[in-house]
Design a protein around this ligand. Sequence first.
Ligand code: HEM
Ligand code: HEM
Length: 199
Amino acid sequence: MSDQIPKNVTHEKTWDIGTRLFHWALVICVGAAWGLGKFGPNIMTLHFYFGYAVIALLVFRVVWGLVGPAPVRFASFLYGPRTTLRYLSTLGQRKPSYWPGHNPVGALSVFAILAVLIMQVSTGLFADPDDYINVGPFADLVSSKANRTATFLHNRIALAILILVILHIAAIVFYKRFKGEDLITPMFTGWKKVRRDQD
Ligand code: HEM
Ligand code: HEM
């Protein structure tokens, strides 16, 4: 399929090195924080360290979303309902979309993943499950009711992260298997096949 590339499709440098490193570091740190939270030892020092690394990555991504290169700037993949619906209607076609940057549906998932991760690290900082061991660093700044709410939300949002990541990976497999479009290689090399005049 990918051997027959239409004439209006070119190879474009899309994902800069910062975004690519951000992505794969995020995969490692979120995966580790999640696994350690659920299955790790009772003393969650390592969980906290990976959580702090996720905070640093999210700060980078928010700054990059405002001042970074065009394809990763939030404003460049903020699509209206009409564009999103039009894109959705083409999703069933068995051909690559060659969309420049994040496509309108992918963009929604990027915003959703970033939002739940921000909520997850924020609640973690204030969480105190009353076990006298795993106390978030800012837990003392708020009431114990707020500590419990933060702990409750932290546990619930962990499930939301799992669901979104499964959907994220399923979407990438769908693009590869059903639409014949490889989105993973560009996340390593930065170069993506892009259709300039969307027909
Ligand atoms: C914990 C797991 C993961 C998280 C939290 C995550 C998060 C993200 C985020 C936030 C983006 C947007 C990139 C940006 O603009 O900054 C993204 C894009 C992407 N991710 Fe992941 N990801 C995860 C796992 C994976 C895995 C395992 C793969 C490979 C199978 C993958 C492949 C991709 C690809 C190909 C894109 C670009 C999609 C596009 O072309 O629009 N991700 N991911
Ligand atoms: C994306 C980053 C993070 C993920 C994916 C994550 C995930 C998890 C998970 C899955 C659990 C176990 C929940 C359960 O018992 O079912 C947990 C517990 C916990 N996490 Fe995180 N976490 C993250 C970041 C943080 C941060 C930044 C902090 C604070 C520094 C933190 C503090 C805690 C605390 C105090 C607990 C214990 C809560 C309890 O035992 O119920 N987490 N986390």
